[in-house]
Design a protein around this ligand. Structure first.
Ligand SMILES: CC(C)C[C@H](C(=O)O)[C@H](C)S
Ligand SMILES: [Zn+2]
Length: 443
């Protein structure tokens, strides 16, 4: 077992891939705020002690954290010495990664031999971008492709526009993949795009929506981070990036980390790479629930909208002037939340947003029986400052929601591809509920 561990580690490292052999995800149940702060103390250390998959929120919510194999003994002693109860959620991350990689390779072979695209598989950035081109060509009567900007590493930032005509119509904005490791969200975005074109003219609710409003869908909102979760593809000249110890230092040669969350921006004199694109927005920027430590996974960046991936969306939505709903899709935990993240204060439209999220969660539940909790970000999950939906709401987009898709922690970010379609199907019913409400309640 030990030799297997060592050789797979060296093989992967030789390939420049971050290796997670022996890494575990522990689920910790903090009994009180004191225990929560003991967990928070483990964040952003050098070398990395833990990578929070579900950060410390409230005693009733479990904390899921990836612990590198080398730190397991230390961290478990730390937990035990402080009376922090934990269970092992994932015994060896690399096992799940190997299964995921194998499933992708198998699907790729099938796609190539049948020159078809599989909506029930995960794909690389290149595969998604070429799917976008063929999808837009095939449905040119209703879909077009817009480039809203370029990422830090100069990749195109693409948005699909679904429109049946008109000019600057009222519109719905949907983004997936702003956190690159949340692969189920990109896959859900792709399936949703296909659902929209297949249902137009069939589903009267969707047809009503598209006869009056446009839909904008940004599938890969963090292309550099996403490429890094897959790749060997390192942009020439782009700085190589931190290792799996969550961007602690810049290690030449590491060109892949499946569990990367942030973007890939780097700045002179800053030891760690990447800004959390869901902390870089102006509203509540730098407040509680974001981190000024560049090595933290929730690092908010040097100033609001400093990141090209965020400023591109800000510019697009601001210039458009007629976006009436914004849906920002993340994973995991199965939650549907509305602003605020930066404050415990209820938003002015709290009642309406609460009722709408309840009906959306019910519509979702009816499909496959998946339970979603709903409520405001700060009261349902944790304080999170500088998030997309707070900026949207404060910019006047009343119907602003953040989804956290499947699951609740068995697989976390490593959700098997077999769950892509069921997840997308149920999410669609919730998105559709929000869209029809927006159509019927102009403001
Ligand atoms: C609106 C926030 C709380 C969403 C959350 C995050 O960005 O931390 C994602 C689930 S990763
Ligand atoms: Zn996320």
């Amino acid at each position: 077992r030990w030799t297997l561990l060592v050789c797979s580690f060296f093989l992967a490292s030789a390939l420049g891939q971050m290796n997670f052999t022996g890494d575990q995800v522990l689920r910790v149940l903090a009994k009180n705020d004191k225990q929560l702060s003991l967990l928070r103390d483990l964040e952003g250390l050098k070398p990395l002690k833990v990578d929070f998959w579900r950060g410390p929120a409230r005693p009733s919510l479990p904390v899921d954290m990836r612990v590198p194999y080398s730190e397991l003994k230390d961290v478990k002693e730390y937990l035990e010495s402080h009376g922090l109860a934990y269970s092992i959620m994932i015994k060896d991350i690399q096992v799940l990664l190997d299964q995921e990689r194998e499933a992708m390779a198998k699907s790729r072979r099938l796609e190539r031999s049948t020159s078809s695209f599989s909506y029930s598989s995960y794909h690389t950035l290149e595969e998604i971008y070429s799917w976008i081109d063929s999808f837009v060509t095939e449905h040119a009567n209703i879909v077009s492709k817009i480039q809203i900007g370029q990422s830090f590493e100069n990749r195109s930032i693409l948005v699909l526009k679904f429109s049946t005509g008109g000019f600057q119509r009222q519109a719905i904005w949907i983004d997936t993949g702003i956190h690159s490791r949340e692969w189920i969200t990109h896959a859900t975005g792709i399936w949703t795009a296909d659902k929209i074109v297949s249902e137009y003219g069939k589903d009267c609710i969707l047809t009503n929506i598209l006869d009056t409003m446009d839909i904008f869908l940004e599938i890969v909102s963090n292309p550099d981070g996403f490429a890094f979760t897959h790749s060997m593809a390192r942009m020439s000249g782009a700085p190589t990036s931190g290792n799996g110890l969550s961007n602690q230092v810049i290690h030449p040669g590491l060109s892949q980390n499946r569990l990367w969350r942030k973007n890939k921006s780097s700045r002179p004199g800053v030891a760690c790479i990447g800004v959390d694109l869901n902390r870089n927005w102006k509203s509540g920027f730098g407040g509680n629930g974001s981190n000024d430590n560049p090595c933290s996974e929730t690092y908010h960046g040097p100033y609001p909208h400093s990141e090209p991936e965020v400023s591109a969306i800000v510019k697009f939505i601001t210039d458009h002037r007629n976006i009436k709903a914004l849906i920002s899709i993340h994973s995991y935990s199965q939650m549907l939340m509305y602003p605020y993240g930066y404050s415990l204060e209820p938003v002015s439209s709290k009642e309406e947003l609460c009722n709408l999220s309840k009906s959306a969660a019910q519509a979702l539940y009816k499909v496959h029986g998946m339970q979603y909790t709903y409520g405001s970000i700060s009261t349902t999950l944790y304080m999170a400052s500088g998030v997309t939906v707070d900026w949207a709401y404060d910019s006047g987009i009343k119907y602003s929601f953040s989804f956290e898709l499947r699951d609740t922690g068995q697989y976390g970010f490593l959700l098997p591809a077999t769950q892509i379609i069921p997840t997308a199907q149920e999410t669609w019913m919730a998105i559709r509920t929000i869209m029809i409400h927006t159509l019927n309640h102009p403001y």
